[in-house]
Design a protein around this ligand. Structure first.
Ligand code: HEC
Ligand code: HEC
Length: 297
């Protein structure tokens, strides 16, 4: 970061004054004491009969102070610290990071070279690729999708070959790199409590026998008006929108204890964060292959 030259000069002056000030303090106190010192001198301070001896600093201690001053001067010549002065080594935090990162990327591209150019359905046969994918998944994905990738309420299971957006390799890559944000609008206002109950009964009837027939009939009509645009006429969902299949008895948000009614009435959304800025393309490809492998052996 470059600061204005006013600030820069101000900082240089303060740092220089400090170094000069410390040096002066150190030398003036240590010199004086060596010449004037008499055995048994006290500073004149006394607490409850305990007197403070006025002895000079031990020599090694003094040398250590001098060493720290010399160190700081040498450091400030070599490295940035004096305002905008860059130091003769030209060291920067960004430069140091870029150097380390280049080493990591080079190592990684060597490590990836045996499999990274294969298409994903081929890559999943490479055990080393899958080991790396599993490790990347544990680091970057398991906090939301679970260490076994089986998800949780609101976080899709990635191992069951049931997809919100689709399970083709290119789609998985896109889900990871660009992120996803499925939005189910709230319907409580449009449907009313009774309408929500009816539609919920219809949705339940896809996976469970024994729903109230009257509710289901009413619900079906309302589903045709309000829901088919996203979930399809047969409730099978739409991968373009991430609208889940409601007819397969696989639930992203729990279906029990009235939650179905709550989801329909209040709406709900899920956000898969974009990873293209966190991970390089090759790591994303390996991750996509790992996810793909969970439902394709
Ligand atoms: C902060 C939580 C979070 C993290 C971290 C996260 N995900 Fe997700 N992911 C989600 C959510 C939530 C969804 C569902 C999005 C929706 O409802 O539209 C999702 C969706 C997906 C999908 C689409 C699934 C489908 O059925 O189409 C894939 C693939 C995926 N994630 C893979 C990953 C991978 C690989 C990682 C690690 C790089 C990862 N996710 C990290 C929360 C997360
Ligand atoms: C604008 C598109 C859209 C419309 C219209 C819509 N939904 Fe949704 N619905 C979604 C999306 C997207 C999700 C997934 C939300 C997420 O990613 O968390 C969803 C999720 C759901 C879920 C949860 C599914 C699960 O697996 O847990 C239910 C139930 C549901 N919708 C029912 C309905 C009903 C009933 C209607 C009509 C009253 C409706 N939806 C209308 C887009 C829509």
């Amino acid at each position: 970061m470059v600061m204005s030259s006013g600030w820069s000069i101000w900082i240089i002056v303060i740092v220089a004054l400090h170094i000069v000030g410390y040096s002066w303090l150190l030398f003036s106190t240590s010199k004086m004491k060596e010449e004037d010192h008499k055995e048994g001198d006290t500073t004149g301070h006394e607490w409850d009969g305990i007197k403070e001896y006025n002895n000079p600093l031990p020599k090694w201690w003094l040398y250590m102070f001098i060493l720290t001053i010399v160190f700081s001067v040498v450091y400030l010549i070599l490295y940035p610290g004096m305002g905008n002065y860059k130091g003769i080594l030209n060291w920067t935090q960004e430069g140091a990071w870029a150097e380390e990162n280049a080493v990591v990327l080079k190592k990684r591209s060597e490590l990836f070279s045996t499999f990274i150019n294969k298409p994903i359905p081929e890559m999943i046969k490479d055990t080393k690729a899958m080991e790396i994918g599993e490790r990347l998944f544990a680091n970057h994905c398991s906090s939301c999708h679970g260490s076994d990738a089986q998800g949780a309420i609101g976080f899709p299971n990635l191992a069951d070959n049931d997809w919100l957006y689709g399970g083709e390799p290119a789609i998985i890559v896109k889900s990871i790199s660009a992120g996803r944000n499925g939005v189910m609008p709230p319907w409580g206002a449009a449907l009313g409590d009774q309408g929500v109950k009816q539609v919920a009964a219809y949705v339940r009837s896809f996976s469970e026998q024994g729903q109230d027939a009257e509710l289901v009939t009413e619900g079906q009509a309302k589903f045709g008006m309000f829901c088919v645009a996203c979930h399809g006429a047969d409730g099978k969902g739409n991968p373009m929108l991430g609208a889940p299949n409601l007819a397969d008895n696989i639930w992203l948000h729990s279906y029990d204890s009235g939650l179905l009614e709550t989801v329909i009435s209040k709406g709900i959304s899920g956000k898969m964060p974009k990873h293209s800025e966190l991970l390089d393309d090759n790591s994303i490809k390996v991750l996509a292959a790992y996810v793909y492998s969970l439902s394709n052996e």
